[in-house]
Design a protein around this ligand. Sequence first.
Ligand code: ATP
Ligand code: MG
Length: 418
Amino acid sequence: MSKKTPQAIRGTQDILGADAEAFAFVVETFERVRRLYRFRRVEMPVFEKTEVFARSLGETTDVVSKEMYSFDDRGGESLTLRPEFTAGIARAFLTNGWQQYAPLKVATHGPLFRYERPQKGRYRQFHQIDAEVIGAGEPQADVELLAMADQLLKELGIADVTLHLNTLGDGASREAWRAALIAYFRAVAGELSEESQERLEKNPLRILDSKDARDKPFLADAPKIDAFLSDEASAFFAAVTSGLDAAGVKWVRAESLVRGLDYYRHTAFEFIPDEGSASAAALGSQSTVLGGGRYDGLMESLGGAPTPAVGWAAGIERLAMLVGAREEERSDICIVIEDDNSLLSGIKLLTDLRKADFSAELMASGSPRKRFDKAVKKNPRSLVVLGRGEDGIGASIRSLEIAEELPRLGPFFAEYRW
Ligand code: ATP
Ligand code: MG
């Protein structure tokens, strides 16, 4: 047996302290906001049959072709650690007959796994908050989801991130645009990056996303979706944008914004830090914090009836980076056991305080002097020292910043001489 301590897996993080508090703040705020918008909580498995993702996302996507953690289990079945939430939620909708609840608004959060090159803001195990509306074909569903995302960011104190919005049209618009993009890029294929050449026939929309300098000169003049939108698709997009205006959500049109996954239709969006802003500096090149869109075609690819749906996901780590480190909360009361004979009284007092909703901790190990120093270092709002004099246990309160709580605290100390 080697005595060497095993290292954590590359691209995973162990988070403690102020960064963990930022992470928790993101999740708690999301939980609060999703209740305001009446999204129901859903808990999902961390793994699914591989086909759930392969069929939903499409074999040509980066996620399916290079990023999935797939393995055969002991029964020989190919399983995959979820790289995203949407496909699993769609599978659950179909297998559980959740059609009866449609339109179903659900929210969840948890870990996802993608085999990517780890860097700041990009990990192999990361976490998302996720919101989906399933069985709603109206543009109001898109508006509500985007308003929720916008309010969430504001409540997190993130003000320098803007909604970038596009439409991919309906199935027919998207196909016509796709064909035009193939024709356009084929003419210059020799000058494109290898990656874009590879995408040309399979997933040409993705070329618009390219950050490669060899592709950039051709992006500005590429065909635009607007030329291919059907009347219905244009009307849908207009209803989304007017709804956003009514809800007070600021947005900018991003004509070349596409989502990497095959299942998107109509609305596609990302929230991106404004150029030169503090959030842009904090995130570096991994700049998208929240992304999503409408995926009306997904249920059919899983063998279900056509079911319109729209959703988004945001990276908790990236949001936490924008929130910044958050101090761990001070405790209300720290009890120092000055004399070990007062330990049991201290344990009782500690329990009573916690039951009464005061956050409290107890210092009872090491020398009395050390206990006191440790307690002071923790900077509680009040310090209670329990000692034992000739006439019984005595408590003294050393610093009381929560004077208004004294009437509530009084009864706890009634039995102590102080
Ligand atoms: P990117 O372009 O950054 O790779 P994506 O389009 O793959 O993002 P989505 O699948 O839309 O991302 O996921 C939504 C959000 O999840 C992203 O905006 C980002 O905040 C977060 N995210 C995605 N992949 C990672 C990762 N590997 N590490 C940390 N966060 C991630
Ligand atoms: Mg990605």
